[in-house]
Design a protein around this ligand. Structure first.
Ligand SMILES: Nc1ncnc2c1ncn2[C@@H]1O[C@H](COP(=O)(O)OP(=O)(O)OP(=O)(O)O)[C@@H](O)[C@H]1O
Length: 651
């Protein structure tokens, strides 16, 4: 639906970014209201957009420097080759222009033609040599640029992915950060383009300096005329590029929503519901509506680009006429020799072409730099929001983990806290169950325990060490987690288990033990290629598992991790009764080996074996105790327990 602009000079108006003004009612329905176009980053954008032509030229050295730095980072040898070849090519072009001047001067004398030709021969030979050298240098530069470009893109993409993977979970869930991720993803492709553009800028700059130098020597009035001829295209290119960039930013979330809908239509997970519930036409309708809004914006940009281009063309025409009229005037007044006028025409044409190229390429460079700027901003923002490195060491064998008056609300959510003033202990080496109705805060509590979020108020203490000051890598090291929606990696069964500790060397023994601990051996035994079966149906040879089978692999993954604290969130939701019993047996056995188990489940019969139960209700801790104590007290736990038991007794 949308791609980044690829050239500032592209005046076709096929700009990619639609305008949110066209958001249709149906989209509003789909998204529960008009899409919110966050302006969190717009101050930066505006700063870029306010740049005029002069400011753009002033920024040129910095832009060229940035391109060169990128190239240097990616491949020093190729960067050196490109720069050297382009500089030498510019010099060759300048020398050949001077040679042209010399040829014309020799030819336009009153000497006999043979003498004139003989006189012009050295300059002609120089010119031919320079043209050959320029062609060779161009080939060298093309080869080196071709080698350099993909490397630059890879380095920039790696930078993007590395930073994105290192930020806190709260950043990944933040829509403003997502918008930045969206725009910054084009930074890598832009960085790639900047290399070729920068080489063209360097080249055009050198030939322009040569042409301008020659013109200034010929007649001082010629240089301003050359500049006047080129100003209109500069203005037009800059105006169009700025419009495109502004539009791109305004529409980036709309475009993401459009991609999301089209992705849903082809995604395997949504396929059954699309077919049974007939969701296809509904999604298609919204896709069309959103695309039409985007098309309107593209048409608007095309209309404006056409108008701007036309104004620039008229202006250029007038300036060109004025230039040639001036040349004619100078000739008529006898202020200029015919040979000089001939060289001037060639120099004006070369100079105008170079200036034109320069303006367009600087503009492209500037536009690409805006996207690379987005990537830079992402890096800065990601560094600000990255998971901190280092910190206090956690106790080797803590006696307990204590939540001390912990209050937490998800960032950006209005309404109630997910956890409110919760104080509880998780004794190590025991099975602790968290119980409560949907939305009571159980999953939130374990996410805080794992360091995925920090409390807004209160502390989480590992003995006496506050987790907020602790080394996060060490904290993560201690935790193994089977989340409710654990990732079903589209890799082999082997990798799906071993990814629990991706940094460890994979050993078959460790794999087998983990599979046994999770009761997942029969799952693997049933797979056509055992552990080497690809668990991604969309690929050749791929195989799909049932929900319960996946769940056992998920538990095997957590077992493989060997974290001191095992968090299992609804581990048996997809398991049949026999498998459920078996899994709880295994979990109990893990606690027997000294591992702490934090168990979240709605199956209260399974909670009976827990050493301690904490009951949450609307984010508050309402009861704590052993299952027997809680049953005896007759509180929330006893009530929920009785409700479930009644279902078996009721006829
Ligand atoms: N990522 C999130 N962003 C914003 N709010 C969230 C997020 N995850 C959960 N919540 C909200 O926090 C509250 C507690 O949710 P939580 O997932 O901790 O409940 P739970 O007890 O685990 O529920 P369940 O039994 O349904 O799994 C709910 O009101 C929920 O809407």
């Amino acid at each position: 639906m949308e791609e980044p602009p690829d050239s500032a000079a592209d005046d076709s108006g096929a700009a990619d970014a639609p305008r949110p003004g066209g958001t249709s009612e149906s989209e509003a329905l789909l998204f529960g209201g008009p899409l919110r176009y966050d302006t969190g980053w717009s101050q930066h954008e505006d700063a870029f957009l306010q740049l005029g032509f002069r400011a753009m030229l002033t920024r040129l050295p910095a832009l060229l420097g940035a391109s060169f730095r990128l190239a240097w980072q990616a491949d020093r040898q190729a960067a050196r080759a490109v720069l050297g070849a382009e500089l030498a090519r510019g010099v060759a072009q300048a020398v050949s222009l001077l040679a042209v001047n010399s040829v014309l001067a020799r030819l336009m004398t009153s000497a006999p033609i043979a003498d004139r030709l003989r006189g012009a021969a050295p300059a002609l030979i120089t010119m031919a040599c320079m043209l050959c050298a320029a062609a060779l240098l161009r080939a060298a530069s093309t080869y080196a640029t071709g080698r350099l470009e993909p490397k630059v893109e890879r380095v920039a993409t790696e930078q993007y992915l590395e930073r994105a993977a290192a930020v806190e979970l709260s950043a990944i869930e933040d829509d403003a950060f997502h918008k930045l991720l969206d725009t910054a993803q084009y930074g890598a492709a832009s960085a790639r383009r900047m290399i070729a553009t920068a080489t063209r800028v360097v080249n055009a700059l050198i030939s322009l300096i040569a042409a301008a130098g020659v013109l200034t020597v010929l007649h001082p009035v010629l240089l301003p005329l050359l500049v006047t001829m080129t100003l209109p295209s500069a203005w037009s290119a800059l105006t169009i590029a700025r419009r495109r960039y502004r539009s791109f930013h305004a529409w980036v979330q709309h475009a993401r929503a459009g991609r999301l809908i089209s992705g849903l239509l082809t995604e395997a997970a949504a396929a059954p519901e699309i077919r049974v519930h007939g969701v296809g036409p509904f999604l298609l309708r919204h896709f069309r509506s959103m695309s039409e809004a985007a098309e309107e914006e593209q048409a608007r940009l095309a209309r404006l680009a056409a108008r701007t281009g036309l104004i620039a063309a008229v202006w250029t025409g007038l300036a060109t006429a004025a230039t040639y009229a001036t040349l004619g005037g100078l000739l008529l007044a006898g202020a200029m020799a015919l040979s000089v006028a001939g060289t001037a025409v060639i120099a004006i044409r070369t100079g105008a072409a170079s200036l034109d190229t320069l303006v367009l390429e600087v503009n492209s460079l500037h536009e690409d730099a805006l996207f690379v700027g987005d990537l830079d901003r992402l890096c800065v923002e990601a560094a600000r929001r990255s998971i901190p490195a280092g910190g206090a060491a956690l106790p080797q064998d803590p006696r307990e983990i204590r939540f001390d008056h912990v209050t937490f609300r998800y960032p950006g959510t209005a309404g109630r806290d997910a956890l409110r003033d919760v104080s509880l202990t998780l004794p190590t080496g025991k099975i602790v169950a968290l119980v409560g109705e949907n939305g009571s805060g159980k999953t939130t509590l374990v996410k805080l325990l794992a360091g995925l979020y920090a409390p807004d108020r209160g502390r989480i203490l590992w003995d006496d060490v506050d987790a907020a000051t602790a080394d996060r890598a060490q904290l993560a090291e201690r935790i193994a987690m089977v989340a409710q929606d654990f990732k079903r990696w589209p890799f082999t069964a082997r990798v799906n288990v071993a990814i629990g500790r991706a940094s460890a060397a994979r050993t078959d023994e460790r794999l087998r033990t983990s599979l046994t601990e999770a009761g997942a051996e029969p799952v693997v035994a049933d797979l056509p290629r055992g552990l080497d079966t690809l668990l991604a149906k969309a690929f050749t040879g791929g195989h799909e598992l049932s929900g319960g089978q996946w769940q056992r692999l998920g538990i095997a993954r957590a077992a493989y991790r060997r974290g001191r604290i095992l968090v299992v969130d609804e581990p048996t939701a997809a398991l049949d009764a026999r498998a459920e019993l078996e899994v709880f047996e295994k979990i109990r056995a893990l606690a027997g080996t000294g591992q702490t188990v934090v168990l979240i489940t709605h199956r209260l019969a399974s909670v009976r074996h827990a050493d301690l139960v904490h009951v949450l209700d609307e984010g508050r801790l309402v009861e704590s105790g052993t299952p027997e104590e809680l049953l005896a007290t007759g509180g929330v736990y006893a009530e929920l327990y009785a409700l479930q038991a009644d279902q078996f007794l009721a006829r």
